[in-house]
Ligand binder design. Structure first.
Ligand SMILES: Cc1cc2nc3c(=O)[nH]c(=O)nc-3n(C[C@H](O)[C@H](O)[C@H](O)COP(=O)(O)O)c2cc1C
Length: 223
């Protein structure tokens, strides 16, 4: 397996990489008052535009004043919030235990769009985690028992060995129980910012914030 970068690409030409964004615009008189409506439309557009994993989002957490970020997959959204699933004992789980304020960022290159969402995170109910856990392929369910996510391990063989053990343990069982340390989180947004790439780097940015009475207001930000 080659780790080499393709021969056409020269590392010293990174500074020459640039895209002109021309696909769409985001104007105050055309956006809905409800940011979830705008998100739903943009999500659908991203899928139709051919973004491979439109539900991939960068989850940023902060603990001890140090930011950490990684990609996770959005599994559902509604006016209640945006959910994803993970190992509660992972680094991100520990970080969320100490500070439950987080943000997620989507970049949909084919749509020339970015969405940033910020808010507080809470665990979804055990029932909701069970439902999603059991909707996953059996291999992924067993995988949740195998991986002590974010722990240091000696080598890949540690995973292979544990996988064999778990496969034997659950052999013939029609229902694999969900490990207590695995489940969902819900990010309840307080801010949602929509970015549409435009020509000459004069992009459109519309930012929605939630006021004390639970209403969303929006304003434009300079690019
Ligand atoms: C496309 C993509 C999707 C991912 N989806 C998830 C996910 O839904 N849940 C998850 O726990 N990790 C997911 N990961 C792995 C995380 O990025 C990360 O490596 C892992 O959760 C450990 O992060 P932590 O040590 O900061 O807790 C995904 C990675 C990629 C590249």
């Amino acid at each position: 397996m080659s780790q080499m970068v393709g021969t056409d690409f020269k590392l010293n030409s990174i500074s020459d990489l640039r895209q002109e964004y021309k696909k769409d615009e985001l104007l105050e008189n055309k956006v809905p008052g409800d940011p979830f409506k705008l998100f739903a439309g943009w999500f659908e557009n991203a899928a139709m535009d051919g973004v491979k994993e439109p539900n991939a989002m960068v989850l940023s957490t902060v603990s001890d004043g140090k930011p950490k970020a990684r990609v996770v997959l959005l599994k559902d959204f509604s006016e209640k919030g945006f959910s994803f699933y993970t190992n509660y004992n992972s680094h991100k789980g520990q970080e969320l235990d100490s500070n439950n304020f987080a943000s997620v960022t989507f970049f949909w290159d084919k749509s020339e769009r970015q969405v940033r969402i910020e808010g507080e995170i809470e665990k979804v109910s055990a029932q909701e985690s069970d439902n999603y856990f059991h909707s996953r392929p059996i291999g992924s369910q067993i995988g949740a028992w195998v991986s002590q996510q974010s722990e240091k391990i000696e080598g890949r063989s540690v995973l292979e060995k544990k996988l064999t053990e778990m496969e034997e343990k659950f052999a013939g069982q029609s229902i694999i129980p969900r490990p207590d340390h695995w489940g969902g989180y819900l990010l309840k947004p307080q801010l949602m910012e929509f970015w549409q790439g435009r020509a000459n780097r004069l992009h459109d940015r519309i930012c929605y914030t939630l006021d004390d009475s639970g209403l969303w207001n929006f304003f434009r930000l300079s690019p």
